[in-house]
Design a protein around this ligand. Structure first.
Ligand code: UD1
Ligand code: CA
Length: 459
């Protein structure tokens, strides 16, 4: 088995995206575009992997460093051939074998396809392999020109193509596998004599044919894999295909998705068997969902961890928190970061929870704000309860013991702590700690004036 290294092309200026953000950093199913070809190179155990990028792109550099990728800078985008020359300089430690060239803007590419290309090359003893596809609308891709015997002759770019060449529907996917020794030598022959004045990597195909070193054009079963992202229209199209791919993977693993094209699940989300996801749901980032959960319409979960049997009712927003088994949330609830909601908890409509622990069996069924609170087991939080956690300068904690009953419309002025088993009367403003098994009440005595009328009714 020959060794494998990879060059990922991302040196272009991506002007067609009309964006401050570099094209390869635009998100697709929650991850930057470039992380997909990088993931494929890693899955193929290519090493080293070198990404060719423009200078002064701190965000991209940081991402590549965390993904353990070698960086080569292309100060001027002089073409895909030029980019590969720079990438090869970073591969000097790679002795011999195959170099795969992937595009940072072709994110749907799959590991098996590259394996197929490599095998086709090995079988034919070819020095150059490229992936091709047939498209009903071949523009703006480079066309694969074949001779009368069907042998590949060269690639012609859209901008350089004659009318008859433009009619060719077999196109270049921009993904290649090269014999390293041949590639290193061949790159010296590239010249920028074309409409764009660039060093075209695609010119190597004509060269390999001339040198008779063996060229394989491996056709893809599914042309969708090679869609390149040049504009935001392309990105939306690719996202739709990626969405279907992700949703099908979950459905085949036993997840119910009621409307597949209206369910937005990021690439790294995990979902257990028999969970059902309704339309209009977004599951983002590193969210993990257990078995037999129901996530209803309009809910957005970001970096959440849910146990089994959790019911998220419609229109909830949940972030960076954990939820225990058999808990019900919503409708219209907001769980903000660093909350730990236990098992069999109920959080009802218009309840906001932030950085709060709520243990097994506790309930906050209606209209509450619970922030910086530690709430024990089997606690009832009455409607309209508020933890006043902020004094205008810092945040303070409210601690509520097990089995506490909090009546409606209570304010806890933090820091304050309520002992287990106590009752807080409705309408109370609690400013002092309450011991265990007590009743705390803070409301003025009710006044009743008999036979009273408002002034305007008195005659
Ligand atoms: C390229 C191919 C074309 C193919 C298409 C597939 C060439 C000359 N053309 O065209 O045959 O059908 O891909 O998607 O190769 N890049 C650099 N440095 C540069 C220029 C480009 O790193 O100087 C990178 C880009 O960031 C991008 C990739 O190379 O990731 C492809 O470049 P792009 O300009 O998008 O080429 P296409 O016109 O799409
Ligand atoms: Ca492109």
């Amino acid at each position: 088995m020959k060794k494998l290294a990879a060059v990922i092309l991302a040196g272009g200026q991506s002007t067609r995206m009309k964006s401050k953000t570099l094209k390869v950093l635009h998100p697709l199913a929650g991850k930057p575009l470039i992380s997909y070809p990088l993931g494929v190179a890693k899955a193929l155990k290519a090493t080293p992997i070198c990404a060719v990028i423009p200078p002064n792109q701190a965000d991209l550099e940081n991402l590549l460093i965390t993904l353990d990728t070698t960086i080569a800078y292309q100060n001027e985008a002089l073409g895909t051939g030029h980019a590969v020359m720079l990438g090869m300089k970073a591969l000097t430690s790679f002795p011999d074998g195959y170099v795969i060239v992937l595009s940072g803007d072709v994110p749907l590419i799959q590991e098996e396809t590259i394996r197929g290309l490599k095998q086709a090359m090995e079988k034919n003893g070819a020095r150059l392999g490229l992936l091709s596809m047939r498209l009903a609308e071949p523009s703006p891709y480079g066309r694969i020109v074949r001779d009368l015997d069907g042998q590949v002759v060269r690639i012609v770019e859209d901008k350089d193509a004659s009318e008859s060449e433009k009619a060719i529907t077999e196109v270049n996917a921009g993904i290649y596998c090269f014999d390293k020794a041949w590639l290193s030598e061949a790159l010296h022959h590239l010249k920028p004599n074309n409409v764009k004045g660039e060093y075209y990597l695609t010119d190597l195909v004509g060269l390999a044919v001339e040198q008779n070193v063996g060229v394989v054009a491996h056709a893809a079963a599914d042309p969708h894999e090679f869609l390149g992202v040049n504009t935001r229209i392309d990105l939306a199209r690719v996202a739709e295909i990626m969405r279907r791919r992700i949703n099908h993977r979950h459905m085949l693993a036993g997840v119910g998705i009621l409307k597949e094209n209206d369910t937005y699940i990021d690439a790294d989300v995990a979902i257990g068997e028999d969970t059902t996801v309704y339309p209009g749901v977004f599951l983002r980032g590193t969210t993990k969902i257990g078995k037999s959960c129901v996530i209803e319409t309009g809910s957005v979960l970001t970096d959440m961890t849910l146990g089994d049997g959790v019911h998220i009712k419609p229109m909830c927003v949940l972030e960076q928190s954990t939820i225990g088994d058999d808990t019900a949330i919503g409708p219209f609830a907001h769980i903000r970061p660093k909350s730990q909601i236990g098992r069999k908890v109920k959080i009802g409509n218009f309840v906001e929870v932030k950085k709060t622990v709520m243990k097994e069996g506790s309930k906050a069924s209606h209209l509450s704000y619970l922030g910086d609170a530690k709430i024990g087991k089997e606690v009832n939080i009455g409607c309209g309860t508020i933890t006043c956690n902020y004094d205008g300068h810092s945040k303070h904690e409210t601690v509520i013991g097990d089995d506490v009953f909090v009546g409606s419309d209570v304010q806890f002025v933090a820091p304050v702590s309520i002992g287990a088993g106590s009752t807080i009367g409705a309408g109370s403003t609690i400013t002092e700690d309450v011991p265990e098994n007590s009743l705390a009440l803070s409301r003025t005595v009710q006044v009743v004036k008999k036979d009273w009328k408002p002034k305007w009714k008195r005659k």
